[in-house]
Design a protein around this ligand. Sequence first.
Ligand code: PMP
Length: 455
Amino acid sequence: AYNRVLEIHKQHLSPVLTAYFSEPLLLHQGHMEWLFDYEGNRYLDFFSGIVTVSVGHCHPKVNAVAQKQLGRLWHTSAVFFHPPIHEYAEKLSALLPEPLKHSAENQVIFLMNSGSEANDLAMLMARAHSNNTDIISFRGAYHGCSPYTLGLTNVGFHKMELPSGMGCQSTMCPDVFCGPWGGSHCRDSPVQTIRKCSCAPDCCQAKDQYIEQFKDTLNTSVAKSIAGFFAEPIQGVNGVVQYPKGFLKEAFELVRERGGVCIADEVQTGFGRLGSHFWGFQTHGVLPDIVTMAKGIGNGFPMAAVVTTPEIAKSLAKRLLHFNTFGGNPIACAIGSSVLEVIKEENLQENSQEVGTYMLLKFAKLRDEFEIVGDVRGKGLMIGIEMVKDKTSRQPLPREEVNQIHQDCKRMGLLIGRGGTFSQTFRIAPSMCITKPEVDFAVEVFRSAFIQHME
Ligand code: PMP
């Protein structure tokens, strides 16, 4: 069966889609934080379908809600009303701060189908509202793969050049959040308490230096009429890269001074994954003008959302600049509502905080034990482990060696992700129902893989 699947894959699917591992996994079933392959082997899923299965594979409550809705109503399109969309809008709204909440006169929630589509709409909103055109994103950012968002995405190993004249070209800034240990600047993380954050004075310098670069970017000819500034609260695909403390707040102020709107891309960081807060922007003490969401919102069911202020929503509505057929689909909305209920009922945000902190400290110990573990960073259940040749040179561990460790982890029953400029960072983002004993298992798998690598 396996060979037949490989054959069909090769014959029919685009070569642009590449799977992990020289022998890609053929998965058949999922149950909460576990996945099962076609031979019945089980894997602890520490990447949750690229940071998406927020409450667990086939969560029984979410499944029951989805099945009920499947038997009731599948689709109406936005030109008719149905209860799941209104129930969902009310629930989501309750989780957002003013002025991103509902308002008496204006619709501020737009339901979409994917992260790229949500960011496309955010870009349109920024331009329609500001009457400016230029868009800024960070080097190392990932905001999607649509023609618009391709211009915002700029991750080393995933760098995509748009054919000239196509899509949106954004200005990248600053040129610092990439490369080995790209994320090891000052951050609000318990790991610092272990390593005593010897970089504290640097950190402030790093922030000031980045702010200077940011100002330079804003003053370049291509970014003079700024419409919007996109930022992930923590860069995910780039290898869990965090900004220096206070940086994002200052960057937001600079953008607003010039008439631009600030967009938080919460596609990976939202819905409680970071533990301390429900939204990633809250960890920076900022209030965005537009928030985009996808991935964890639907626990794996295609769904996304854009939430904005009444003023920006009005700018778009005035020109009737938005429509989509599937956004707000009844099944997606019913699932979305039950995901929010499960996060609350099962205290999954609190679990992200507790188990995430526990995991970060455990991995920090591995970093101290192994020369090839350059950096361990992250927040809640979004963690990066950056692999280096050694801690002095800080050169990325060659890709084949990282591949081998990755493969060994899989062989021992642990699935993890990859990211970073050189694909040198392991990304860990399990479903938020993960437990401490499962973390212990994962840490031991990593330890064995590192030991094998050293032999
Ligand atoms: N924003 C971020 C931060 C992402 O990580 C991704 C997907 N990796 C996207 C946007 C695009 O989402 P989608 O793949 O659903 O279009």
